[in-house]
Ligand binder design. Structure first.
Ligand SMILES: Nc1ncnc2c1ncn2[C@@H]1O[C@H](COP(=O)(O)OP(=O)(O)OP(=O)(O)O)[C@@H](O)[C@H]1O
Ligand SMILES: [Mg+2]
Length: 317
């Protein structure tokens, strides 16, 4: 909608994790390099953690993109709330192995044969689990058993777990100390610094074809984006996307800090419900998520109405 107004060829702030937009901060670079090394050097088990919206899925997609150029087979699990049998089925199925009617130990047997065959040909095989903080202790135990599939020199299956910081806590628990000892590499993603936020926005705008990225968002507007997002890339994207829509509706060639403040207010970014200590936390955060979604939809509808108003109608034709 706003693309031609700001002379852009594509949306700069999509929230889907698209590797072509990767902005290589030192930490994102290190994480990608560690995962790549861990997997290709057959180190066995690597873990990536980071706060919500800091780029874990993006790094996994970038890793898989890099690995696709090599002859690597991978199973990707992004819904880890499965039973142990479903989990094994899913993995075997993703590798194209026969799964119907097979019990868990049969599936492990088939999987082992497949991994050995690939190993003999010098090929790498990977299991990637995103959202791994949701994994149950039962599934983590299955993963530990999978790390046991090995020859005398090497692990047969490379395992990458990515998840929010609760994953670290899970892996630190007494119950999972055996699994923790098997982790060969750990990496962590953080929010962006103010400088990185500015460069991140500039890079996205440039990739989207902005003639002069710095001119769309004023310096103070970029500072406001950092203030409201605290450097969390997903929030930066949401704020900027909404700001471009709002700026377009207001016919503003440059996005000002006032526009950013208005968007942050509409998205209720400063509002965090106080969660009761003992229960209801998950429910409250779900409710907050729904409220935020409703507000985002409301903002979009308002912008849409404004766009259809008499002063902007002309620009749409
Ligand atoms: N270094 C980066 N370069 C470019 N875009 C990034 C970067 N880091 C994060 N993003 C963008 O931020 C958004 C959120 O990233 P992503 O979905 O990968 O986060 P996540 O850590 O997996 O979040 P969650 O914990 O909710 O699963 C995406 O649009 C992604 O493209
Ligand atoms: Mg993710």
């Amino acid at each position: 909608m706003y693309k031609s107004f700001y002379k852009l060829q594509r949306n700069p702030f999509e929230i889907t994790p698209d590797p072509s937009f990767l902005f290589p901060t030192t930490r994102h670079n290190e994480a990608l390099a560690s995962l790549y090394y861990g997997v290709t050097a057959h180190r066995g088990f690597v873990v990536l953690t980071g706060e919500v919206g800091t780029g874990k899925t993006l790094i996994l997609r970038s890793l898989l993109g890099l690995l696709q150029r090599r002859d690597v087979a991978f199973a990707l699990i992004f819904n880890p709330t499965l039973s142990p049998l479903e989990f094994m089925r899913y993995i075997a199925g993703d590798f194209g192995l026969p799964v119907t009617g097979k019990a868990k130990d049969e599936l492990i047997h088939v999987l082992n044969g497949f991994l050995l065959q690939r190993h003999e040909k010098g090929l790498t095989t990977i299991l990637v689990v995103d959202e791994a903080h949701h994994l149950s202790a039962e599934i983590l135990e299955e993963i530990r058993l999978l790390t046991n599939l090995e020859t005398s020199q090497q692990k047969l299956l490379q395992i990458v777990l990515a998840g929010q910081p609760e994953l670290d806590q899970k892996l630190d628990s007494q119950e999972l100390r055996q699994l923790k000892q098997r982790i060969a590499l750990r990496c962590h993603l953080d929010a962006l610094s103010p400088n990185e936020t500015r460069e991140y926005m500039g890079r996205r705008l440039k990739i989207a074809g902005a003639p002069a990225a710095g001119e769309i968002f004023s310096g103070p507007a970029i500072e406001a984006v950092f203030r409201h997002s605290r450097g969390i890339p997903r929030l930066v994207n949401t704020i900027c996307e909404n700001a471009l829509l709002s700026g377009y509706a207001k016919n503003a060639a440059t996005i000002t800090p006032e526009i950013i403040d208005g968007v942050a207010r509409d998205l209720r970014l400063g509002v965090v419900a106080v969660e009761p200590k003992n229960n209801g936390g998950a429910w409250l955060s779900k409710e907050r998520e729904q409220n935020e979604l409703l507000l985002a939809v409301k903002t979009l509808l308002e912008v849409h109405d404004r766009l259809l108003g008499p002063e902007t109608k002309g620009r749409l034709q």
